[in-house]
Design a protein around this ligand. Sequence first.
Ligand code: NAP
Length: 333
Amino acid sequence: MTQHYRIALAGLGGVGRATASLLLARREHYRQHYGVEVRLVAACGSRAGVMDAEGLELDRLDHLEEGLTGPDFIAASQADALIEAGPSDFRTGGPGLPYLRAALTARRDAIVISKGALVHDGRALRDLAQASGSLLKLSGATAAALPTIDLLHYNLLGCRVLGIEGILNATTNFLLDAMIHRGISFAEALQEAQAAGFAESDPRNDVEGWDTACKLLILANFGLGADLGIADMAVSGIDHLGEDQLRGWRDQGLVPKLVGRLWREGEAFKASVGVQAYPASDPFALVAGKNKAVRITTDLMGEITAMGGGSEPRATAAAALKDLEHILAIRSR
Ligand SMILES: NC(=O)c1ccc[n+]([C@@H]2O[C@H](COP(=O)([O-])OP(=O)(O)OC[C@H]3O[C@@H](n4cnc5c(N)ncnc54)[C@H](OP(=O)(O)O)[C@@H]3O)[C@@H](O)[C@H]2O)c1
């Protein structure tokens, strides 16, 4: 007998819509591989939404009904899992926080794409998931298509992680790459990135290092059981770099990168974000354009570096749906 697994989606921006589209396109794949009929039963933005227990098709997302939104609306859909793709706000937790609290309290699984709630209230959400037996997955919030949290949860399981170093923000990597290799100014590089549509109109979260800090914090707290707060981290970005500094690195054959670093001091974890200059022989020096990278140092499996990974909404959607497959593999047993 085919099992049903019902999904509700909160957040219908570029990423939410890409997730809905890919999810619906993969229904046959889910049926064949997990014996599960996956249905999208509810979806909403900030003001409007749509619900159908029989399952929505993609065109229904263009006909939202005002007022159908919020955690109660999602709960009414009786979905088995929430995919949360709203805006990130690490200072308040953002709109994702009440959705996640409600879903986990009601023993629903959750796939989180926004970072705000995980940074602001991660420990409580982790405890809630554990207490309710919900599966809480967060690839989308930890550099998405670049494998990071899965390396910790699956590939390096059992090892003691000694440190993590990551180029975790595509926009700042693009900007630094353009400034150091093409010699253009920060303002020109930013204008280019905004015209190409991948840098935010307000880029402060990226260029001041906060986006990198949030991803590193989520990796540490959810991947390694750390208990870091954003105030525990020294965070600086790339907005203060001058031409003299860039020329100095160029002359020495060094390549600057905005890097999040996590290390151990005794049993505690410490973390910081800032610019670090690498020799051309270091794999991090080769991380060009919008690519990202992570390097994890372990006690027994040595040093592992992963790099690349798309940063567009469809790649992020694919990362979130990788989480869904891990959940289906467990729930369909
Ligand atoms: N862009 C990427 O590739 C990427 C990569 C990794 C992670 N992310 C994360 O993914 C998330 C979504 O990104 P995006 O580019 O799709 O953002 P976006 O275009 O700004 O879309 C955000 C969506 O959230 C909705 N929303 C706001 N408040 C809500 C509420 N209270 N209830 C329900 N929905 C609400 C908005 O609704 P309205 O349409 O009604 O305003 C909008 O549909 C962000 O947290 C981002 O950091 C993005």
